[in-house]
Design a protein around this ligand. Structure first.
Ligand code: UDP
Length: 242
């Protein structure tokens, strides 16, 4: 069992990327829906202001830090071993299941995105079984159809990419009805899988500068990103003054 590290109230599993993948494989053996979330600093800050969201995050079976800011912040307490990006975790999971019976369902993103993500991922991981896709824009009627489709297809893994906190709240609401073993909140991952959005070159990731690359590509994220230094200041303040 992994240890934990709390960052501003959010409980993270202290695991490496490979240890997280091993835990996911264990989840297949148990007959229930295991929730997996990957908060970054923005999400941690949002959870501080939203009690329900904080409870949902802390009720998950696996929570890993998708953001170098969370790893840096953890150094003031129990240090997290490394950043475990949600996108990489899902890619690692595809690699591990591609030759097995396990199936996956893509739910989220703009119309057409999940479908092109499916086609790209099935090419990249021959043998991968994506048994269903649906975009993430729905009303009550469409939501029921989506739920019925997931129940009929019974995927082992459900990836939900509605952005935070919508995806975590959606998963929490329906987890007891979902016939899946693992449900992951994947944010904008379908946009990357489909090729609509590019990930940072490896050198940026190695240096912990993926956030900077995203800022260069999407300057409109500037104000969103101001929350990162604010996040580190809040963590420091809490450590010093409680
Ligand atoms: N999205 C969706 N339904 C919604 C709102 C958002 O499917 O009602 C999708 C959106 O198309 C995008 C993702 O959710 O693919 C959110 O991406 P973002 O990069 O903002 O999420 P993050 O990874 O930062 O949580």
């Amino acid at each position: 069992m992994s240890g934990f590290s709390r960052v501003l109230g959010v409980r993270f599993n202290n695991v490496t990327h490979n240890e997280a993948l091993d835990i996911l494989e264990e989840f297949f053996l148990e007959d229930k829906c295991h929730c997996v979330y990957t908060p970054n600093p923005e999400i941690v800050m949002a959870a501080r202001k939203d009690e329900e969201f904080m409870r949902i995050l802390n009720s998950a079976e696996l929570v890993v830090p998708d953001g170098i800011g969370v790893v840096i912040a953890s150094k003031l307490g129990e240090r997290l071993k490394e950043r475990v990006a949600g996108f990489d975790l899902v890619q690692g999971l595809f690699e591990r299941i591609k030759d097995k019976k396990r199936s996956v369902y893509f739910f989220g993103g703009a119309p057409g995105v999940a479908l092109s993500a499916k086609s790209n991922m099935e090419k990249k991981y021959p043998g991968l079984k994506v048994v269903g896709v649906n975009d993430g824009y729905f009303d009550e009627k469409k939501e029921k159809l989506i739920l019925d489709d997931i129940k009929n297809k019974k995927p082992d893994i459900l990836l939900v990419g509605l952005g935070a906190p919508k995806q975590e709240k959606w998963i929490y609401k329906y987890k007891n009805q979902l016939p899946v073993k693992i449900c992951v909140g994947v944010g904008g991952s379908f946009d990357v899988m489909s090729g609509k959005v590019k990930r940072a070159p490896k050198i940026f990731m190695k240096c912990g500068l993926e956030w900077f690359y995203r800022l260069l590509c999407q300057p409109s994220r500037f104000f969103r990103m101001l929350r990162l230094p604010l996040f580190l200041l809040v963590v420091l303040k809490e450590k010093l003054f409680g």
